[in-house]
Design a protein around this ligand. Structure first.
Ligand code: COI
Length: 367
């Protein structure tokens, strides 16, 4: 297809949008994939979306066969980590219809993250057209059934060949897709509450899905893993007194029948699953408190028998019960009754898989 332009008038400004160029693969690799044995994020579909930014504009977006990139060794991202990403999912319902879950939230968040990292905003039209066209092309990779979905990873990084320590003049925005089932096999995890390392600080980039936020967690998390903890719940960088988030998920506590989670701020990711769970809980008449939570409050609630549940939420993990937490060398087991986590997850995935009425208007059909 030749590239042409679509003219759009928004608030007295005319934008020229280029039509996405599509080059399809000759033969799909789908037959070589064992969908019963997927490891999260290791198998990718046949195509990818790519759009370059040069001379102050986003060039013609393309969907191409999935392939390695050619990158100059001095590409700025490799030296300074100027990169942000998103995580979102597409689901297939029993009628084979495909649904995205709250893609507007991911679009807004990737541009908020980009803004903080001095990366140019990506146009809404390219984001939505790119995702819809790519997902449609890869529909055979989306399996029906609870737990199965297509994980969509939009990301943008600095590609200018330079080791100058300043914002790049060139970027690449991409979308790749991975068929996935569960993130953690086993369905529940043990976590360590951070006492030494920190994930984010006031005025930093903790709220953004900046690549470096994740890299900085790898070392402490692998140390924690050796001790049997799958994740770290990060605490405030000042005194390690307040519970924040777990890197791959936001954290909820059910205490005395109230659902409590840390408020979003410049250190905590504004999770799409987090905000969806809050809305579902409220619509069920559950009291939700978004407020700072001290580690001591959780320990106290555990000791008094008032700590009923702990669970994490995130696009990849969905809703994940936490069976124990450890702090200052003491391990605290939750009571193992994950009633609320299970009920909220059921409603969330019911909406995602188009099994329950979408009263919130969250799902977007791909046709
Ligand atoms: C997601 O849930 O999409 C995340 O960003 C977690 C990811 C790092 C696996």
């Amino acid at each position: 297809m030749t590239s042409c332009f679509i003219l759009k008038k928004t608030n007295f400004t005319y934008y020229f949008y280029k039509v996405i160029k599509i080059q399809k693969i000759k033969k799909s690799k789908i037959e070589s994939v064992n969908f019963d044995d997927l490891v999260f994020g290791k198998t990718f579909t046949d195509h990818m979306f790519i759009c370059h930014y040069k001379n102050n504009e986003w060039l013609t977006p393309e969907i191409r066969p999935y392939q390695p990139l050619k990158l100059d060794p001095s590409a700025s991202v490799l030296h300074y980590g100027q990169a942000v990403f998103e995580g979102m999912k597409a689901f297939k319902d029993s009628q084979e219809k495909i649904w995205l879950f709250r893609p507007d939230q991911n679009f807004e968040r990737i541009n908020r993250s980009a803004h903080r990292l001095q990366i140019p905003e990506f146009p809404r039209k390219y984001f939505f057209d790119g995702i819809k066209k790519l997902v449609k092309l890869e529909q055979a990779w989306i399996k029906k059934g609870e737990g199965n979905s297509l994980y969509i990873r939009p990301f943008v990084f600095a590609s200018q060949p330079t080791v100058q320590a300043s914002a790049s003049d060139e970027y690449i925005f991409m979308i790749i897709c991975a068929p996935v089932s569960t993130y953690y096999s086993g369905g529940e995890i043990n976590v360590l509450i951070a006492e030494e390392y920190s994930r984010a600080a006031n005025g930093g980039v903790g709220f953004a899905k900046a690549a470096g936020n994740y890299a900085a967690q790898f070392y402490p998390t692998s140390e924690a893993l050796k001790k049997g903890f799958q994740q770290i719940i990060w605490t405030d960088a000042n005194n390690h007194e307040y519970l924040e988030e777990a890197g791959t998920m936001n954290i909820f506590f059910k205490i005395n029948d109230s659902l409590i989670t840390a408020p979003t701020n410049d250190r905590i990711l504004d999770g799409v699953t987090r905000k969806s769970i809050i809305e579902i809980a409220k619509s069920n008449g559950i009291k939700v408190e978004e407020r700072p939570i001290k580690v001591s409050e959780i320990i106290q609630a555990h000791e008094n028998g008032n700590l009923q549940e702990i669970f994490g939420t995130g696009t990849a993990v969905v809703v994940l019960p936490i069976k124990s937490f450890s702090y200052r060398g003491v391990s605290y087991k939750t009571n193992g009754i994950d009633e609320l986590a299970i009920a909220l997850k059921k409603q969330l995935i019911g909406i995602q898989y188009n099994q329950l009425e979408d009263l919130f208007n969250w799902t977007v059909k791909v046709d």
